[in-house]
Design a protein around this ligand. Structure first.
Ligand code: SF4
Length: 258
């Protein structure tokens, strides 16, 4: 089973000296998605996001952010406790909203870790990132009042304005090894994915092969994934993109810290 660090009693921001990050959870598990699915990894999940997808699978980093503050040095010390891991996944929320994520990535690189950053692609930062796992958000993610988890549509306009930033996406793709990972809610999402990939290819210096465009079924429980995983796999086959599982959901369903 995955193992989680005990983060109860974390300090508030003012009580932590030096560079610090709001941490929602920190645990050791298998990477569940993308090119590195199946690789044992330490996950550092920061709290806070600049978007509000209605289907967010880390609700307590976005809609109701929770967690406490840890110094970057203490985050690294926690990561080092998991001695069998040589991969670290910095995720959120949106970890790149925090400038201190750069310092954390630098320290992890100094310790020899392979780092993946899971990002929604709206923010570029210059940091030692081995894999930028970019998940641009489609129109189907927008929290309209009929699908927002809090039953209100107050984030609809902000989310819609912020969810795609071609310049930030292009800079991420041109700077780092990357994958574009799309949460697919149904076949109607594919034309938007194709249009976005075309726009991005026109904006980048580097090629974006179809195998780096990943389709991932929407769903945070096995039952939800079962409803659309085959359809999404068939869309990947039809369009030449890569299908990605959500291995952690298949193995541990929607348990926290997996
Ligand atoms: S961008 Fe990611 S963390 Fe932020 S609301 Fe969307 S799914 Fe959640």
């Amino acid at each position: 089973m995955p193992v989680a660090s005990d983060l109860t009693g974390l300090a508030s921001k003012d009580d932590v000296a030096g560079a610090a990050l709001p941490i929602n959870e920190l645990f050791y598990s298998l990477q569940g998605e993308g090119k590195l699915a199946g690789v044992p990894s330490v996950f550092v999940r920061t709290s806070g996001c600049n978007l509000r997808c209605w289907f967010c699978d880390s609700y307590h980093t976005s809609w109701e952010p929770t967690g406490g503050w840890l110094s970057v040095d203490d985050v690294v010390a926690e990561v080092l406790e998991y001695e069998t891991a040589d991969h670290v996944v910095l995720t959120g929320g949106e970890p790149l909203i925090h400038e201190e994520s750069v310092r954390l990535l630098e320290e992890l690189a100094d310790h020899g870790y392979h780092t993946t950053v899971e990002t929604n692609g709206t923010i570029y930062r210059n940091a030692p990132i081995d894999l930028a796992s970019i998940s641009p958000k489609l129109e189907s993610s927008t929290p309209t009042s009929d699908r927002a988890p809090n039953g209100q549509g107050e984030w609809e306009t902000r989310h819609e304005e912020r969810r795609i930033d071609i310049e930030a996406l292009a800079e991420l793709v041109d700077t780092y090894e990357s994958q574009l990972k799309f949460v697919v809610t149904g076949p109607e999402d594919v034309s938007e994915i194709e249009a976005l990939v075309d726009r991005l290819r026109a904006a980048t210096r580097s090629a974006i092969p179809d195998e780096d465009v990943l389709l991932m079924p929407e769903g945070i429980t096995r039952e939800e994934l079962d409803e659309n995983r085959t359809e999404v796999a068939e869309l990947a086959l039809e369009h030449g993109y890569r299908d990605t599982p959500r291995l952690h959901v298949d193995l541990w369903n929607d348990a926290a810290g997996t």
